[in-house]
Design a protein. Sequence first.
Length: 500
Amino acid sequence: MPPSRSHIRTTVEAYLERHPDERYALTALLTALDRPADPTSRATLPGHVTCGAILVDEVGRVLHIHHRASGKVLAPGGHTEPEDQTLAAAALRELHEETGIPTGAVAPWPGYDDVPVDIDVHDIDANPAKNEPAHHHYDLRYLFRLDDSEVALTPQAEEVSGWEWRPTDRVTSPTLREKLLKLVPPAPARRGPVNASALIYNDAGQYLLHLRDDVPGIWEPGAWSLLGGGREAQDRSLDETVRRELREEAALDVDELTPFATEEARGSDGTTVPIEIYAGRWNGDPADLTLTEGVMLAWFAPDVLPRLRISPTTLDLVRRHHAAHSHIPPALGAPAPTSSDHEPDQGAPAEAPEGTVLNVVGVHLHLEDAQGRVLLGQRHPDSAYAPSMHHYLAGHCEQESALSCLVREAREEAGLLIDPGQVELAHLVHLIDVPGDIPRVQIVFRARSWSGTPEVREPDKCTGWRFWDPDELPAQVVPYTRAAIEGIRSGRLYTEMGWT
């Protein structure tokens, strides 16, 4: 049996003892409890009781889900079921069904075991597909805390398209937001990095260092350091910050820069500054660069660094990066290493057998919204590849797995959070643009759910994101992207292009 009428009435009255000023606002609910119809039945009109779960994590954020049917961002919740003994149990069940969070990973908020934190009356639009007229939900919302911070979310794909954790001041419901701001301690302030530096390395295993001016008042005076600087008002991201600093300090452009670490750099006065470190490969001559700050730029092998005036933080960064990346093969088309300072690791893998051709691996995100439309981005008109054409969210694998690459690129390019557990292989395209060119393996993954709304994070590469009806794709779509979409729709896993 679902929660009884007496249980619901007792619960509502206990809530009104805490919030007597809301009695008038809940007149419709109190009237419904006086009628003979089951107050929890979906068929009871003009409204019926539902239950919501308000889940707060360890830093005071509140879980919200992206509801497919309504397109709204809401707290988990829904209708009661016959097996629900109490309203709180119904809320907990809905939380588990919609997010996959096990009931053992959460606990009632102290003092709110049996009393909801909020009761809200809201309108529900008519749903002709289900033959449901417009009606009301009397939503009793129960407050829980997340006890297991390592728990993974596995949203219910049929109803949930994504999720996000919001601070209490961004909770969607005004009445709930007001109560949570009084109950939930504010999240501790987290000082994120506002500086960015570039860890530039070449195929000889050397690192590009910048000799700073030895004058008082600057950071690390007279030391060898990384190029970089502080974020400025026009920078929309730290990626833009580090690229701007490279251009301004050395007229240097690096094609690919990847977040490597966040470090606390310490100045001579003891001050510490959080810095986001980006790593990128470049095989040029520092003498050809136009240096506007400092004394000089030079390549150094890691084993030379202890002889330099260099901060322990920078020395440790280089050593860690070198240890993790010493087996990376040279970039395609890069000049052969000329330095004798770098000796390859004895454990490095043997060269590929004669006749083997290395293939470039690309990773692509196939994302569909509730209407089955596919996410595509329009590439920048100045892009070296496919200018102004529409393309998947994509990137090349670095020293990482394909899934790790997908998660990283989704975050960097569009601000989307992808759970690898919600990703499946959708298609693979093996292509060659022209005979004799480098073969490419293009892996297309489908994400069953995600968190966030697509936004332009790399405006130099993409001018906008949009979901497209696969039957009405724009004319200018990268050919293998179009082929992959067609293959996915037809149930094929593999396509070849350009081979003779």
